[in-house]
Design a protein around this ligand. Structure first.
Ligand code: BTN
Length: 251
């Protein structure tokens, strides 16, 4: 009867034709919601991206937010973000889309963005109450529906494989990947996750320009720490460990 192969992720799926933002709705219901609840909308009127940017959420995409309730300290949050990037990338590769993660968690195909992830958290005294993992994937998005400046750096699954993809079965496989990665995150060493992340990413070894609220760091991305921070070596061989920021490839 069900195409879902998960027990936790997707334990409750709330479907809307239109929302302001699935992250907003997920945050409103999070405290009383089951862990693994998914909020899904066909379109968003006010989809939000990282660092206050707009996220264009036109028909054909997969716009969803996942409510998680891990008992972790706030400082482990960036690890969950890396875990989500792995899950999306695996789900895309399973449908023959050559996806790579750009730190921290953009998913790119041929250098163009196909997915963005917005992690939001509610925490008290440094302990996480809930995490809302917002995932936007351009599945059957027509690039002509996007604003010109967004279109230039974007792609979609249908654009890559030349035909529309069945979104229901893709969603089922994405939720399965998310569950596998989340279980691993809770039960295994983080080093294992870092290894897989590095394998799926094209950031390590690249020259990058990372903007944090405090500064701009330029140098070569050389690794990920046990806390999930990006390590950048600048031209004076000084090591920077960056827990959150906006990354651009410099070459
Ligand atoms: C980014 O790359 O800037 C993050 C984009 C995140 C978009 C998703 S779509 C579902 C969820 N709801 C939102 O308002 N944003 C996220």
């Amino acid at each position: 009867q069900s195409i879902l192969k998960t027990t936790l992720i997707g334990s409750d799926i709330q479907y809307y034709t239109e929302l302001e933002s699935t992250n907003n709705t997920a945050r409103e219901i999070a405290l009383g919601a089951l862990e693994g609840t998914v909020v899904l909308a066909e379109t968003q009127k006010n989809g939000r991206g990282r660092m206050g940017s707009e996220w264009q959420s036109v028909p054909g995409g997969l716009w969803l937010s996942l409510i998680l309730k891990p008992s972790i300290p706030l400082e482990s949050l960036s690890k969950i973000t890396l875990v989500a990037g792995i899950a999306v990338t695996n789900a895309l590769r399973a449908v023959d889309v050559d996806a790579h993660i750009k730190w921290p968690n953009d998913v790119l195909v041929r250098g163009r963005k196909i997915c963005g992830i917005l992690t939001e958290v509610s925490a008290e005294i440094g302990k996480v109450d809930y995490v809302v993992l917002g995932i936007g994937i351009n599945v059957n998005v027509k690039l002509s529906d996007l604003n010109e400046d967004i279109r230039r750096n974007s792609t979609s699954v249908s654009n890559e494989i030349g035909k529309p993809l069945d979104r229901t079965s893709f969603l089922a496989s994405l939720l399965y990947e998310l569950e596998q990665q989340y279980i691993r995150f809770k039960t295994r060493q983080f080093a294992e996750i870092v290894d897989e992340w590095i394998n799926l990413s094209d950031t390590i070894g690249r020259n990058v320009r990372v903007r944090t609220p405090a500064m701009l760091i330029e140098g070569k991305a050389v690794g990920i720490t046990e806390k999930g921070a990006l390590v950048v070596l600048d031209k004076n061989d000084k090591k920077h460990k960056i827990i959150a920021g906006n990354c651009r490839y410099a070459d």
